[in-house]
Write a protein that binds this ligand. Structure first.
Ligand code: C2O
Ligand code: CU
Length: 476
């Protein structure tokens, strides 16, 4: 990330330096990733005793997206990278080999894991330099649909992402089959790179589209392709099952600048989980999914061939896959099932399942994080500061924390908090990433039970890199 972040990390490692520039810290030291408390909390996590070992090699690769062949960066040559699937309580031991020409790391998005394994360079670890490797080792405690990606620069807008599924041994789930559908917006290797896109945005030209995209869930970047499981619409993935079967679809939005409206032609979706956590099941025709968000939905399949369409909201284009339970011609990639334009469920229609609803309790501390900035200079920030990782929003272990995101900008932002899953409103869905519309305020409540230093940022890759990030810092 930016030199700013590097300074913050170095400052944090040498505590003296940090206290020197932030007087308030003198009396209240931060709980750093290296703090013994991080290991104590990890040791108390319920563990199965099993260890799941993987090696992930991040490297430049040439990939066929189903027509377009692109030079990009991947994990092990595949887009998405190979899924990691474990049972809750398993330890994941991931050896990450960096063969990229650039610093990198892996962030395990959505997992409440030990802070020193969170993969935020310069905050929770030093970046993995080119040619080096790093072994992540942590307990995956909470079941659900997660994913992983780098946390350096614009790398997420290349091909570096993959699903991470944590199964629940106590709840096998009432379904016959399961599909992971990972959505992406694609530009890398199509005459440009994400680094050039960011440079263009900063110059206020190139791929950017101003104004109109702001109010709706549009974005800043025009993408040539939208993908489901690494395939363009003209060469779609086909999911097969039998008519009458119940399927759990795990939707993951790995895009950098695109929200998707998702529907399965001829079917309604029963939403069962948001960002890995169960909700009281709710039916909808379509789902709106911001960057970083996940939804699990159950569908009972009809007999035939059906389009799974993810419309790039506020943009011209869609990602596309096929669901097949019978014989027949597949629908073409231009199809727009009517379900896309019927009921779209929102946060207000979703309630966390009783087992994961926070106990009612007023917050011990409220952090107001105003989302600031604009397209003009492409400078984004939090409380008017860009990429300020030294000015931390402080919390104490054991507190009920409320993060109040106040969007003062003309754009929408999918805001993500590391290491915790918050509740929206009193009984709303549990989330780790939530869309905040222009002018909107949302309250994210959570129990501070995972000591360390945690990033909070916009999951628009370009907004984050342009400064919309801060740190929630536990203090002793
Ligand atoms: Cu998925 Cu800090 O990110
Ligand atoms: Cu943003």
């Amino acid at each position: 990330m930016s030199p700013l972040n590097r300074r913050a990390f170095l400052g944090a490692t040498a505590l003296g330096m940090l206290t020197a520039c932030t007087p308030a810290v003198r009396t209240t030291p931060l709980v750093l990733p290296t703090d013994p408390r991080v290991g104590e909390v990890e040791a108390a996590r319920r563990a199965t005793g099993r260890t799941h070992k993987v090696t992930l090699t991040a490297a430049p690769s040439q990939v066929d997206l189903g027509g377009p062949v692109v030079d990009t960066w991947t994990y092990d040559g595949a887009i998405p990278g190979h899924e990691i699937r474990v049972t809750a309580g398993d330890v994941i031991e991931a050896r990450v080999v960096n063969r990229l020409p650039s610093d990198s790391s892996i962030h395990w998005h959505g997992l409440a894991l030990r802070n020193d394994m969170d993969g935020a360079p310069d905050l929770t670890q030093a970046a993995i330099t080119p040619g080096e490797e790093f072994v992540y080792r942590f307990t995956a405690t909470t079941p659900g649909t997660y994913w992983f990606h780098p946390h350096s620069g614009t790398q997420l807008d290349r091909g570096l992402y993959a699903p991470l599924i944590v199964e629940d041994s106590s709840d096998p789930g009432a379904y016959d089959a399961e599909w992971v559908a990972i959505l992406d917006d694609w530009i890398d290797g199509i005459g440009t790179t994400p680094d050039q896109v960011l440079a263009d945005l900063r110059r206020g030209g190139g791929h950017s589209m101003h104004g109109m995209g702001a109010q709706a869930l549009g974005g800043d970047v025009t993408y040539p392709h939208y993908l489901i499981n690494g395939r363009v619409p003209t060469a779609p993935t086909t999911f097969t099952a039998e008519a009458g079967q119940r399927v759990r679809i795990r939707l993951i939005n790995a895009a950098s600048d695109t929200a998707f409206r998702v529907a399965l032609g001829g079917h309604s979706l029963r939403v069962t989980h948001t960002d890995g956590f169960p909700v009281i099941p709710a039916d909808t025709d379509a789902l709106l999914i911001g960057m970083g968000e996940r939804y699990d939905a159950l569908v009972t399949l009809a007999d035939g061939v059906f389009p799974l369409v993810a419309l790039a909201e506020g943009k011209n284009g869609a990602a596309f896959a096929i669901v097949r339970t019978g014989i027949g011609d597949a629908p073409g990639p231009g199809i727009r099932p009517s379900e896309l334009y019927r009921t779209t469920i929102g946060y207000a229609n979703l309630k966390a399942a009783a087992a994961v609803t926070l106990s009612p309790k007023p917050p011990d501390i409220v952090h107001r994080l105003a989302l600031t900035g604009g397209m003009m200079d492409y400078e984004w920030g939090i409380n008017g500061r860009a990429g300020d990782l030294a000015g931390r929003a402080r919390v104490h272990e054991g507190q009920r924390v409320r993060v109040r995101f106040v969007n003062t900008t003309m754009m929408w932002h999918p805001m993500h908090i590391h290491g915790h899953t918050f509740q929206l409103g009193g009984s709303g869905p549990r989330k780790d990433t939530a869309i905040v519309l222009s002018g909107q305020t949302i309250d994210c409540d959570f129990d501070a039970d995972n000591p360390g230093q945690w990033m909070a940022h916009c999951h628009n890759t370009y907004h984050a890199e342009a400064g919309m990030m801060t740190v929630l810092g536990y203090q002793a």
